[in-house]
Design a binder for this molecule. Structure first.
Ligand code: SF4
Length: 381
């Protein structure tokens, strides 16, 4: 039975939801990994695997929503709440650029006061100073929040952000795109249809984005498949997702700390099934920041074709207590040990190797307290 389903996926045939669920319920990890690797190699016969260089900037931790899995946010008026001063934010970008980064991941909490012109002004400032930099910013819950706060149609908000310099949208805040799950673990945050609709309209405007899944909390295996199904359907409609990134919920210091951390077995199995199920996604990223280097490396044999982003900070994961820092050399070596050439890409998966060597020297000088290599986690918002 399982052999038949795997052969179907390896041959490029689409799996049904029941078949996806059958795979998730199996515990034959080697066979799942073998099949996911075969699909990854069919889609990426190249002799290299990729990584990206960017910086995660969380412009504020003030948030009107409450997500039980989030140790990062602070309620409005909290003494620990912050909004990054503009000069600090621009200095962070300057550092990123100096280190060879070509993108920032700009995300924050759902701030109760800032109107759309505050974000437009921020984007214009950034693009004025750094015209070549891609701003990968504002996950769907943030954008949905902007529409509510400004009483503006979604399309208008996205058009205005794009005109001000927004380049692409991160897939953060998806968690599990099933409302039963979202209602159980989040309050004051958009539900599944709204998340998908932000992406739909952004793609219709010609934009691209990533897609994510945070699993291993209150969802069932069938709900994981429902999540993948909703992504696959939207990708059929728009083809606007560049990549899928899955990671396991990090319970430490959250209101869901009683939930045991999902095992590497669960992580690799789910990623392999995602690769087999998402037949219209070209790229799958390893999430080694939550798994550590060795499992993150193994993920490249379980369907991933990309090691994610070199990030200088990742506040959301850091708050939850799980941060794995690596140098660029370690990431490149992890790819090399599997027999692939490590190559740098941008957010659009275009190779940008000419910058690699210069950055490698600088990044490894910076060490673990400066530039660490972290995947494109996009947890905030
Ligand atoms: S995950 Fe995002 S929306 Fe939820 S509480 Fe944290 S910052 Fe707010």
């Amino acid at each position: 039975m399982m052999e038949k389903i795997l052969a179907k996926a390896v041959g490029g045939e689409r799996l049904t939801m029941q078949e996806g669920l059958d795979l998730l319920q199996s515990s034959d990890l080697p066979r799942l990994g073998h099949a996911a690797d075969a699909v990854a190699r069919r889609l990426h016969p190249e002799d290299y695997r990729t990584y990206n260089i960017d910086r995660n900037i969380n412009y504020t931790n003030v948030c009107t929503a409450v997500c039980d899995f989030c140790a990062f946010f602070r309620k409005p008026k909290s003494a620990d709440g912050y909004v990054l001063p503009r000069d600090v934010l621009l200095t962070k970008i300057e550092e990123t650029k100096r280190l060879g980064g070509n993108q920032i991941l700009l995300q924050g909490g759902l701030h109760p006061e800032f109107k759309l012109d505050w974000y437009e002004d921020l984007l214009r400032d950034i693009k004025h100073r750094f015209p070549q930099l891609n701003v990968h910013g504002f996950s769907p819950p943030e954008i949905h929040h902007f529409t509510k706060l400004n009483r503006l149609p979604l399309r208008t908000v996205l058009e205005r952000l794009r005109a001000a310099g927004l380049g692409s949208i991160p897939g953060g805040g998806a968690e599990i795109l099933v409302d039963r799950v979202r209602r159980e673990i989040t309050r004051g945050k958009c539900l599944s249809d709204d998340w998908l609709n932000v992406m739909r309209v952004w793609h219709e405007l010609g934009g691209v984005s990533s897609a994510t899944m945070m699993f291993g909390h209150v969802e069932t295996l069938a709900e994981r498949i429902e999540h993948l199904e909703r992504l696959r359907r939207l990708q059929d409609e728009t083809a606007g997702f560049t990549a899928f990134i899955g990671w396991t919920f990090q319970p430490d210091h959250t209101d869901l700390a009683h939930i045991p951390k999902a095992s590497p077995f669960e992580y690799l199995k789910t990623q392999a099934v995602a690769r087999l199920y998402l037949d219209n996604f070209r790229n799958v990223q390893s999430s080694w920041v939550t798994q550590g280097l060795k499992i993150g490396q193994l993920a490249l044999l379980f369907g991933a074709n990309d090691m994610g982003s070199l990030m200088i900070e990742e506040n959301v994961v850091a708050e939850a207590g799980t941060v794995h820092y690596l140098t660029l050399d370690e990431i490149r070596n992890a790819i090399g040990e599997l027999g692939y050439r490590p190559r740098q890409r941008d957010v659009f998966y275009k190779l940008v190797d000419d910058q690699t060597e210069r950055f490698a020297i600088e990044a490894n000088r910076s060490g673990p307290n400066g530039a660490g290599t972290m995947p494109d986690l996009e947890l905030a918002g």
